[in-house]
Design a protein around this ligand. Sequence first.
Ligand SMILES: NC(=O)c1ccc[n+]([C@@H]2O[C@H](COP(=O)([O-])OP(=O)(O)OC[C@H]3O[C@@H](n4cnc5c(N)ncnc54)[C@H](OP(=O)(O)O)[C@@H]3O)[C@@H](O)[C@H]2O)c1
Length: 338
Amino acid sequence: MNTKKIPEQFKGLLTRALLPRNNPPDLDFPRYDLTPIDHDYAAQFQIKANYVFRTLGMDVGFVMMVGDPKKAEKIYDAFRYDPKYLGGGTGSGFKNRALVCLDMIDPLAQRIGAVNVVAKRNGQLYGFNTDGIGFVRGLQEFLATHFSRAYAPDGDLSLLKVLLLGAGGTADAIAFTLAQCGAHLSILNRTAEKAVKLVARINAVYGPVAFGGGEELLAKEIPKADIIVNASKKGAEGEFSDYSSFALATEGGLEENLRQSAEMVKLLRPGTVVCDVNLRKDESPTLRQARLAGHFVLDGTSMNYHQAVEALWLIHQEDFTRLKVTKEALAKLMAAAT
Ligand SMILES: NC(=O)c1ccc[n+]([C@@H]2O[C@H](COP(=O)([O-])OP(=O)(O)OC[C@H]3O[C@@H](n4cnc5c(N)ncnc54)[C@H](OP(=O)(O)O)[C@@H]3O)[C@@H](O)[C@H]2O)c1
């Protein structure tokens, strides 16, 4: 972005992101959505949103900009008083900071402790978290396609036991949303205290629906689960990309992890649904092991897609209603986005 084209209020706060590749070159739109992020990232949400705006002939652009999360307060102040800013995502580094910079926080986002989408309404900035609902919608769709209605009637998850692996930001959002939908949860994390703390926060709101502990409980919890969700970094791009979440990543290294996890997979109940929220081009080790053992597998794409639909709907509900675009129609458009 030509620095001359950066609106005055963003100078010294935000610079144009180099990714995704079709990030608009400037903010030259009558109205815009804007996601601040602490590093360049090929965000699919932004690509899908611009496709929707183009297709529906909307006068809006979705732009990614890189900024320092330490300046979040000034950045959100600039958004608040910028008449063209309508909302946007909160990229890496901004999810927790947004919580204290916005005017209103949705109760679920407040419980989760992170905001992933901002919508401006009557000049005020509202924070929401659609990560958990995105995961749950994807899961409900999957269950409706592969299982009889009796398993999760009308998307009701209250008959299901879910084993959640990880207790980071994403696991937090998924755990609270699953608990809100009535599911029973076991949460295991490398750092056991984090799982125990998360469980205490969930049970304080929803009653005794969750249990938490360390990964050494995997062999005990795996056979009880109807659904297993990996929301840990095992299988994510980076140091642990080849690791399976069915076993620990210890000093024994990758070989030991894959040996132990192959044993653990034998403990799964027949027909267990195994989900891995990590987004990658190929199948994650967790999903590969589960699929080869005959279980149902769901990757992170559906979560990513559904959370984006929910987010765009929250920001542009007025526009879509005026254009007579339902949420279902929006979902179809976003699925077709290129
Ligand atoms: N599909 C989607 O739409 C979507 C959306 C959001 C995020 N994600 C993915 O979800 C993943 C988690 O993101 P996050 O924001 O929750 O990250 P985070 O807050 O940093 O949490 C990372 C989690 O992974 C665990 N972990 C890290 N290294 C580990 C290891 N070697 N062994 C066992 N556990 C390990 C951490 O355990 P400790 O607590 O012990 O450190 C923690 O529970 C990311 O890979 C992200 O790309 C997907």
